[in-house]
Design a protein around this ligand. Structure first.
Ligand SMILES: Nc1ncnc2c1[nH]c(=O)n2[C@H]1C[C@H](O)[C@@H](COP(=O)(O)OP(=O)(O)OP(=O)(O)O)O1
Length: 189
């Protein structure tokens, strides 16, 4: 694995796109009468089918993570987002049996246009941020998503074992760092 170091911290770098999937997650937020809500999707197919997650998916072609998050959110739930309105909130590396499986860029935003609607891939639903259905999500989500929804930034590594597919593997451990300044390390793209 390659590491990028600044003065004190060490971050994994997504430098193996041929073998590792690069993906995104996007968490639209809104205030409804003083209650903070987040838009999640119930995944209707593919990895994590039947579980809740943020809209998102794999990078295509030469697109940046920001462009991917905008495209996936549009395709999955029909919301339009200006890429500049996405705030980088996290970088997550998912490892399977010791190998790097997926590197995921996490964004949040309060600026979007349109009303969410279901698609073939996803059924959208707003949840109060203190009532997120962690029992119906990836097991790692409860470790990092609360911080993202509270406006913090995170970098994490999450380890799974037991062979493919990833969503049938067993969650085995993690490392998590908070309060990462993505602008300062040039990783807010
Ligand atoms: N462990 C864990 N926790 C939380 N979120 C995720 C994981 N592993 C993951 O892969 N993910 C996220 C990362 C991505 O946003 C999705 C998986 O993307 P996927 O649906 O396979 O990508 P798409 O491009 O939408 O798929 P297709 O359209 O190609 O079918 O889960």
């Amino acid at each position: 694995m390659t590491f990028e170091a600044d003065t004190e911290r060490v971050y994994p770098v997504p430098d193996e796109p041929a073998t590792m999937i690069e993906a995104t997650l996007c968490f639209p937020l809104r205030d409804v009468g003083g209650t903070e809500e987040v838009l999640l999707i119930e995944k209707r197919r593919g990895l994590g089918e039947g579980w809740y997650n943020g809209p998102g998916g794999k990078l295509e072609g030469e697109e940046t993570p920001r462009e991917c998050a905008v495209r996936e959110t549009r395709e999955e739930v029909g919301l339009e987002i200006d890429p500049a309105d996405l705030e980088k909130a996290g970088e997550l590396e998912f490892r399977l049996d010791g190998d790097r499986h997926t590197f995921c860029h996490v964004f949040r935003t309060r600026q979007f246009a349109g009303e969410p609607h279901p698609s073939e891939e996803a059924y959208p639903e707003w949840f109060a941020v203190d009532d997120v259905p962690y029992d119906r999500m990836w097991e790692d989500d409860r470790l990092w998503l609360p911080a993202v929804l509270e406006g913090e930034t995170v970098v994490g590594e999450f380890r799974f074992v037991g062979g493919k597919p990833l969503d049938e593997a067993e969650f085995a451990g993690h490392d998590l760092e908070r309060d990462v300044d993505f602008d300062a390390i040039g990783r807010s793209r």
